[in-house]
Design a binder for this molecule. Structure first.
Ligand code: FES
Length: 172
């Protein structure tokens, strides 16, 4: 059987331009689907690992009870514990701060974290210095480094008194 072509003959290159190469189309579709799958599968990772890690550095206000229980004679250790959501886990966050009443500023509250390599400093009320057990760093009652490797002072913590209760901002 003979099939007659209608219309003028067209050059072969022209016909190839009009057709979409099927293997190229399949490749593009596969790439788009794979990209979508990667984005969808990464969503839990972003929400549970990356976003919480970006929240580091934010903090929360912790209630330490009656503000008038602090004296101006020496620093008191105030301990805290609260739960922090880390991905699917709720983990306890524990620590302590050093606080005392202060006639000039109301209260003076230091982080217990040494500015050298983050060990916990301890207030020695006999020698009136904060001592770091890790590398023998010492800080004066104003939190300034006086000996050992620390070069930066202890961090002063934000605080406020509400309804006679001392609230301290703890950085996570
Ligand atoms: S961590 Fe405190 S002196 Fe090194």
């Amino acid at each position: 059987m003979i099939i007659a072509e209608t219309g003028p003959p067209q050059p072969r290159e022209h016909l190839q331009e009009k057709c979409v190469n099927p293997s190229r189309r399949a490749f593009l579709m596969t790439s788009i689907l794979a990209g979508g799958a990667i984005v969808l599968s990464a969503a839990p990772l972003v929400s549970t690992v990356i976003v919480p890690s970006l929240k580091k550095g934010v903090g929360r206000w912790i209630d330490f009870g009656k503000a008038d229980s602090l004296t101006s004679d020496h620093f008191s250790m105030l301990s805290y514990e609260f739960m922090v959501k880390d991905g699917w886990l709720d983990l306890p966050q524990r620590g302590f701060v050093w606080a005392k009443a202060d006639s000039m500023e109301g209260f003076k509250i230091f982080s217990s974290t040494c500015s050298h390599l983050a060990c916990n400093v301890i207030w020695n009320k006999d020698s009136r210095v904060f001592e770091c057990p890790c590398h023998s760093g010492r800080f004066d009652p104003d939190g300034r480094p006086v000996s050992g490797p620390p070069k930066k002072p202890l961090s002063l913590l934000l605080h406020k008194v509400e309804e006679e209760k001392l609230l301290i901002h703890i950085t996570l």
